[in-house]
Design a protein around this ligand. Structure first.
Ligand SMILES: [Zn+2]
Length: 257
């Protein structure tokens, strides 16, 4: 009986992780580690990001025993694979700044991911101040999207769509990351070409094919054509149920006009 219960629980929880649609469709990173710039023009903000991104990357890498990101920190370089704040979050991303903490966008060329950008919602005071470690949790979550993980249905997973105050990767996150990296490396070693890329005429940068689902969000920016007529589309938001509630009381403070 105990064993049955255990198996039942196990079957409920295992494989709760999912891959993003683009990764599922055969898009992958050329190689690891992924050269990544953490950018902020303000020294203090950069120092904070340096600490938190460093810790988050180490946590993923330690869990899978592989180097995934090669991080550099800059006050003036803001191109390539990038992690940065936006003080114009709504305008830049099209997402509702009251319900979205960050957006991860993956761009591709042919069968490869070309680059990624993680944009943190600088209009959100709690995120800015890392209240309740929320910035650390958000960065950890967004980094999972970079390697092809979509939202997990396992509520204790970092990759769960809503914040649960989870600071550490769960077995589900680790299983997912290992699976994603194994698949990626396997594609690299076989020179895999996605059917989607094969069908294309040119190798110009294309929109991310898909992006992960977002609950409780303004759908305005999701999946639709972006500012460049579809070349730019937004990927993943990170939504916090309690945040929604909190913002109802704090809107005035968060958005001084
Ligand atoms: Zn997410």
């Amino acid at each position: 009986m105990v064993r049955l219960a255990f198996l039942f629980l196990f079957s409920l929880n295992s494989f709760a992780y999912t891959f993003t649609d683009d990764f599922s469709n055969g898009i992958y990173w050329r190689s690891f580690p992924i050269n990544t710039t953490v950018y902020d023009g303000n020294e203090q903000n950069l120092a904070q990001l340096e600490t938190l991104v460093g810790e988050a990357a180490s946590q993923w890498e330690g869990a899978v025993g592989r180097e995934i990101w090669s991080l550099n920190f800059s006050g003036n370089t803001s191109s390539g694979n990038l992690i940065r704040w936006s003080n114009n979050f709504a305008e830049e991303t099209g997402f509702n700044p009251q319900t979205t903490l960050a957006v991860t966008t993956r761009y591709r060329v042919g069968t490869f991911f070309d680059r990624f950008v993680i944009i943190l919602n600088g209009e959100n005071a709690a995120l800015r101040f890392n209240s309740g470690n929320i910035l650390a949790q958000t960065i950890l979550h967004e980094l999972g999207h970079v390697i092809g993980l979509d939202h997990s249905e396992y509520s204790n997973a970092v990759m769960f769509a809503s914040v649960q105050g989870v600071d550490a990767l769960s077995f589900d996150d680790v299983d997912g990351a290992n699976a994603a990296i194994d698949v990626n490396l396997d594609r690299v070693s076989t020179g895999f070409v996605s059917e989607i890329a094969r069908a294309e005429e040119s190798s110009a940068a294309k929109a991310p094919l898909a992006c992960g689902t977002i609950s409780f969000i303004d759908q305005g920016g999701k999946g639709g054509p972006g500012p460049n007529g579809g070349l730019f589309s937004l990927a993943i938001g990170f939504i916090f149920a309690f945040f929604l509630r909190r913002n109802r009381f704090n809107i005035g403070n968060n958005y001084p006009s």
